[in-house]
Design a binder for this molecule. Sequence first.
Ligand code: B16
Ligand code: MG
Length: 215
Amino acid sequence: MNNIKACIFDLDGVIVDTAKYHYLAWKRLANELGFDFDENDNERLKGVSRMDSLEILLEIGNKNFNDETKKELAVKKNSWYVEYISKMTEDEILPGVKEFLTLLRNCGIKISLGSVSKNSMRILNSINLTSYFDAIIDGTKITNAKPDPEVFLKGAKELDVDPKNCVVFEDAAAGIEAAINAGMYCIGVGSPEILHRANKVIGSFVNKDLSVLEF
Ligand code: B16
Ligand code: MG
């Protein structure tokens, strides 16, 4: 059996389903700019930073703006997104997540957040989960978005655990690549077709025990 000492969790799509709120806000922006944006297009934005997401959106709509306007558009999208997530409660924690985090804590396995979202703290606080984490690495602490491994390597460093003893839980293809680039084990949460590069894929955390950390 391998020696797993830490688990690193992506936020959007792993702990909570905020992808639906990102989608609503991006769609609202696309519609305001005069084009449509569907759930299929939204898959391309998962795990991607805010400004990179905007670039993809504008490419889909075939629109071009200067940097200043792009910043204004990103601020506008974020204000709508924040409006949606400010209403979140503990009820929106995905099934089995809290129980699995509790199990890890009781077994002495360290826990870090590894999200590129700059809204991570706001979300963790509104769902009352902040105290479960030994380290929190989010979009405010990194300069390189996934698939760069920075977000996960910083988490391992803060926990003082070797990357080869870490497991990353991720719902996005870019995040799986980031975990591989960090030299960590990776468990995809979601669809095996999209996450086939992970060491294994689970549908949810419901009834998961430590055997999920065996590779
Ligand atoms: P924000 P994760 C990512 O979070 C989302 O998957 C992605 O869709 C979003 O664009 C990105 O955070 C930035 O979020 O605009 O809140 O800074 O999956 O890394 O937890
Ligand atoms: Mg995610």
